[in-house]
Design a protein around this ligand. Structure first.
Ligand code: LLP
Length: 408
């Protein structure tokens, strides 16, 4: 499924020429394929053989128009802040479709989650569980609770996006899980609904999912022995995707493998994919401002797409218009005053100054991680559907930025 392809030598998203979008909305711009997002969500939804919920991980791409599309496909949502929760509400999504994850929820966030009747608050420490119990008591409601387990599994991806090793800040140590579960049962205002884990992102090997599921099974065997009934097993994020040559994990295989390990369980299976739903459905389009020796200096920087600078992530960068000119090996760098400001360390392009190029695989953790560093206004987002396209987030202006300081 690749919605970014060449038609007559010019890059298109679905049936729309990228250059038509760039002439209307300028550069840099994020462009997404609605068809690919829908298809990626369907791939998860249709693979569930047993009852389950696919909760899109809002942190990957939180634009409310994207959330509406995914809600329309039948997804639930995984949020990690009051901001993401409010985005879901703005998109018309109701609380029972939402799981709240994250290691540092504030009292206000917990209160908002409880009063919005969300499906589960996945807690990550005993202190947090105590806080949820207290806040629920103050509001006069029972809080639906999940417990995130840290199974001590190391996945082969960048250390910053591994989250399931025992020294990571996430979750409750597998060995303490049962003690914590028993404690929850004795606390007021809590309903223990499930257990969760998320061992990290950009997972390219099915074995890691199998191992994580086996750890969950260990806990479930113990809860069974105590006659504790749970409603869900949340296995966290989805599979890794191909940026350059990484293995793309098929959602069907991920779900099959997890369901195989958990085959006798009747709890709902929850998955929280983000990257694999939107990653390859988005590109960042930018224009070459200058060519200087081996550098192409473009109008997008690390403030627009920080993944290369932060994780040394590799993205494929391509010419928007193919030409017969000889390809040159270029480093794609931005206008920001740091040498870490690059989008690609090595790309073969035939574009020249003034030409458009596209950074592929930028749909997940792209726009959402953008910033105003160097007082740069953030890029707009455009959604393509067939041969039509529409603005789903306008370009920020410097006036927008200044207004936070001038309107005091
Ligand atoms: N569930 C939880 C609790 C998570 O923390 C995450 C991602 C997901 C689900 C979604 O995982 P996915 O399906 O996308 O692998 N900014 C980094 C990725 C950080 C991921 C954080 N957690 C990047 O650009 O690679």
């Amino acid at each position: 499924m690749n919605s970014f392809k060449y038609i007559d030598g010019t890059l298109h998203c679905e049936e729309v020429a990228i250059e038509d979008i760039a002439s209307k909305y300028g550069t840099p711009s994020y462009i997404y394929s609605e068809r690919e997002i829908r298809n990626n969500a369907k791939a998860y939804l249709s693979s569930l053989k047993k009852p389950g919920i696919i909760c899109f991980s809002v942190k990957a791409l939180s634009n409310i128009h994207i959330l509406k599309i995914l809600a329309n496909e039948g997804c639930g949502f995984d949020v990690v802040s009051a901001g993401e929760l409010q985005r879901c509400f703005e998109a018309g999504i109701s609380g029972e479709k939402i799981i709240f994850s994250g290691v540092g929820k504030s009292e206000q966030e917990i209160a908002l989650a409880i009063s919005s009747d969300i499906y589960s608050i996945n807690a990550e420490s005993v202190s947090e569980i105590n806080r949820i119990s207290k806040v629920a008591g103050e509001i006069g409601k029972v809080a639906p609770l999940g417990i995130r387990i840290n199974p001590d599994i190391s996945i082969a991806s960048h250390e910053y996006i591994q989250t399931g090793k025992k020294d990571d800040k996430f979750g409750i140590d597998l060995r303490d899980a049962l003690t914590v579960i028993k404690k929850v049962l004795n606390l007021p205002n809590l309903e223990l609904k499930g257990i969760a884990c998320h061992i990290g992102s950009q997972i390219s090997d099915l074995d890691f999912f199998k191992k994580a599921a086996a750890s969950m099974l260990e806990i479930l065997n113990e809860t069974d022995a105590l006659n504790i009934n749970l409603s869900f097993i949340d296995m966290g994020g989805g599979g890794g995707i191909t940026y350059i040559d990484e293995k793309h994990l098929d959602p069907k295989e991920i779900i099959e493998q997890i369901e195989k390990v958990l085959h006798e369980r009747s709890e709902l299976l929850v998955l929280e994919p983000g990257r694999s739903i939107v990653g390859n459905a988005g590109a960042l389009v930018t224009r070459i401002e200058y060519l200087k020796s081996s550098f192409a200096i473009v109008d997008a920087g690390m403030n627009d797409l920080i993944r290369p600078a932060l994780y040394k992530a590799k993205h494929k960068v391509v010419d928007v218009n193919l030409s017969s000119a000889k390809k040159k090996s270029l480093k794609i760098v931005g206008p920001i005053c740091e040498s870490g400001d690059y989008l690609s360390q090595e790309t073969e392009l035939n574009s020249v100054e003034g030409d458009l190029i596209a950074v592929l695989g930028a749909g997940a953790y792209g726009s959402v991680m953008s910033s105003n560093y160097n007082s740069r206004a953030r890029a707009p987002e455009i959604l393509v559907n067939g041969n039509e396209f529409r603005l789903i987030k306008r370009r920020e202006s410097v006036a927008d930025l200044l207004s936070l300081e001038t309107s005091l």
